[in-house]
Design a protein around this ligand. Structure first.
Ligand SMILES: *Cc1c(COP(=O)(O)O)cnc(C)c1O
Length: 402
């Protein structure tokens, strides 16, 4: 007899490392924006596994691509080229205006590649001391030591120091960036919308000002598009809303639609900064992950999902603004871009407590930044599905009001 959901959850509690805080729910399958747990209860997925499940669950195009590739060739290593990977590199360069792609397996690794790229670029010019990075308070760039050094939140950093090499300044504050610059700065690392920090879009003109500063000082503008990239904000990259072209970009989350893959893309002046032997990955860009990413990009085109993210994102933003108004003062506002949106709750209301009530009613969301109830649904989400979820959010907020 197969174990029950609570038996499985107990096994998880006993044997998995306790660095997460999972509720006793074990997911078994999904289809589109629906998920089912192993007790058969269904849920509406409006978080997409943290902005990952671009095509929802079990999308036929992704299932077919992964199955077909698994039966053909899973892995070869970067000692050789592989077909899906070469195609993917070309497509990503085309979609982003970049010239080169390096593949890895996660967002953290993509950012790690950005940081190493920046250092090595100046090292190759004999400027080995030009290695400091400017990043932002409340940023999230990942959990390895380099990416963590760039992450601007004490909760992720505490206990892992020293984490040198990065200066953090307030997000949106161009003067603070300028004041932090110096001969030793290699680049500025920025999220076009701070995701984990609480879904904070860059203020109007901020990214353009960073681009101008970077040009003026001949340093690099590095964009962490791990959460914003691949159509989520209504354009392929979040930076495109401001017509800003960074020197290099990190992608991951949505790129594989659930199959792990990350990418560092850069422009031609950085193409030789990481020469053979200086950086690499055993799994990076393997045929399976590349085939998955190609299927995501195919479907993005075919179903016009980026335009749909813009349209449904505007719809979601409107409904959230309305909810914010009706549930004031518990909700103090709403913000976001495209299908990355949030309700901002007043101090003292922990969005994580709301998540449990929503889950009981069959709606899955996440919290961000300690104050934001985050919406990052699959890009295939329909307005009817958004309405269904928002009605439940409305109810749950109503119960808090009284
Ligand atoms: C999730 C995230 C990362 C880390 O990605 P992982 O795949 O978890 O390593 C980095 N930067 C941003 C902006 C993210 O949202």
């Amino acid at each position: 007899m197969s174990p029950t959901q609570s038996e499985l959850a107990d096994l998880g509690k006993q044997h998995l490392y306790g660095n997460y805080r999972q509720p006793p729910i074990v997911f078994a399958r999904g289809e589109g924006c629906r998920l089912w747990d192993s007790a058969g209860k269904s849920y509406l997925d409006l978080f997409a596994g943290i902005a990952v499940s671009t095509l929802g669950h079990a999308h036929p195009a992704l299932v077919a691509a992964v199955s077909e590739q698994a039966g053909r060739l899973l892995h070869i290593s970067n000692y050789y080229y592989n077909e899906p990977n070469v195609h993917l590199a070309q497509r990503l360069c085309r979609a982003t205006g970049m010239d080169r792609a390096f593949f890895c397996n996660s967002g953290t690794e993509a950012n790690e590649a950005l940081l190493k790229l920046a250092r090595r670029h100046f090292f190759a010019q004999g400027k080995k001391d030009q290695c400091r990075i400017i990043a932002f308070e409340k940023s999230f760039h990942g959990r390895t030591m380099g990416a963590l050094a760039a992450t601007g939140q004490p909760g992720y950093r505490d206990g892992f120091g020293p984490l040198p090499g990065v200066t953090h300044v307030p997000y949106g504050d161009v003067n603070a960036v300028e004041a932090a610059l110096g001969q030793d700065v290699a680049g500025i690392l920025v999220e076009p919308v701070q995701g984990e920090g609480g879904v904070m879009p860059a203020p109007e003109g901020f990214l353009r000002a960073l681009r101008a500063l970077a040009d003026q000082r001949q340093i690099l503008l590095l964009a962490d598009e791990v959460q914003t990239g691949v159509g989520r904000t209504g354009k392929f990259l979040g930076c495109m809303h401001d017509d800003v072209v960074p020197d290099a970009v990190a992608l991951a989350k949505a790129l594989g639609g659930g199959v792990p893959i990350g990418a560092m893309l850069c422009r031609s002046h950085l193409a030789a900064a990481l020469p053979p032997g200086s950086h690499g990955s055993t799994f990076g860009g393997n045929p399976l992950a590349s085939a998955a990413a190609n299927a995501v990009l195919d479907t993005l085109d075919k179903e016009q999902l980026t335009a749909k993210a813009a349209k449904n994102g505007a719809y979601l933003a409107n409904r959230l603004a309305d909810l914010a108004e009706r549930h004031s003062p518990i909700v103090i506002g709403s913000r976001g871009r495209g299908l990355l949106q949030a309700l901002v709750l007043k101090d003292g209301i922990d969005p994580r407590e709301m998540l449990g009530r929503l889950r009981e009613r069959g709606v899955l969301l996440t919290a961000a930044g300690g104050c934001a109830l985050r919406f990052s649904p699959p890009l295939v989400v329909t307005q009817a599905e958004l309405d269904e979820g928002l009605d439940v959010v409305d109810e749950v907020l109503g119960a808090l009001d009284s």
